[in-house]
Design a protein around this ligand. Structure first.
Ligand SMILES: [Zn+2]
Length: 251
């Protein structure tokens, strides 16, 4: 990494969630991956050394005080997987872009490098969720499906607190004008302009708008653009790179 000096140890951003829930957004620093994946890459399918990814995942689990973190095989879709009491790795990794659980001590994670990581917690019903909400997932309805899956465990949207993590901003997420218009037809607030004056989409703002439309009143957004902030992996900035994670667990 040119021009950046990693601090020692893990220093995740701590999400603003209810007090019996821990949510974090990891940075790229503090792990053992090297090269374009340096340092805390948590994704197994991006070409990094599997042993390094395993050690990095173990470090995050240790930091959180859990046995491991459940991750799905993400496909930019809207499928939600409900996680029970199985330890991470005990089941075949599900294909999904959101994970939900009502089990305390079960940590759920999503992997991102510009897409929007969304952590959800309902402290009343005792349900938490993590969603991978990129452009395609948002349009496919991943957040609506996620809130609906939480409702199956007695969650009311009005009781849900949402934390939106670091993602590419409208300042940098340039898209063709026709694609911008297509998404704007669904969520007008998605429309933005890059710093260099071309059509773009503001995916974090889109996620906020969608969540509010679903009845979620408390939505906190990290004001970080991954394409500009070198603490985070960015596919737009780097191409071949790692993935950081949003992780949530109820105590
Ligand atoms: Zn930006």
């Amino acid at each position: 990494m040119a021009g950046a000096s990693p601090p020692a140890g893990l220093a995740p951003l701590v999400a603003r969630l209810p007090k019996d829930v821990t949510g974090i957004f990891t940075t790229r620093w503090g792990g053992c991956s090297t090269g374009p994946y340096a340092e805390l890459n948590l994704a197994a399918a991006v070409g990094d050394d599997p042993a390094a990814v395993g050690a990095n995942r173990a470090a995050i689990a240790s930091w959180l005080g859990v046995d491991g973190v459940h991750f799905g095989r993400q496909v930019h879709g809207a499928t939600v997987h409900v996680v029970g009491a199985d330890p991470p790795g005990a089941e075949v990794t599900p294909t999904c872009d959101a994970l939900v659980t009502n089990r305390p001590g079960v940590a759920l994670g999503v992997l991102v490098a510009d897409c929007v990581p969304v952590l959800l917690a309902d402290p009343v019903a005792g349900v938490v969720a993590a969603a991978h909400a990129g452009r395609r997932g948002l349009v496919a309805g991943v957040l609506a499906r996620c809130v609906a899956a939480m409702a199956a465990y007695g969650s009311e949207p009005t009781a849900v607190v949402a934390a939106i993590g670091p993602a590419v901003g409208g300042c940098c997420y340039e898209v063709p004008a026709d694609l911008q218009a297509q998404v704007a037809g669904w969520v007008p607030q998605s429309v933005s302009t890059t710093r260099w004056g071309t059509p773009s989409l503001d995916l974090p703002r889109t996620a906020v708008t969608v969540l509010r439309g679903l009845g979620v009143r408390q939505v906190h957004r990290e004001a970080v653009c991954t394409a500009e902030d070198e603490r985070f992996y960015s596919y737009r900035r780097s191409g071949v790179t790692g993935r950081f994670a949003g992780v949530v667990v109820r105590r």
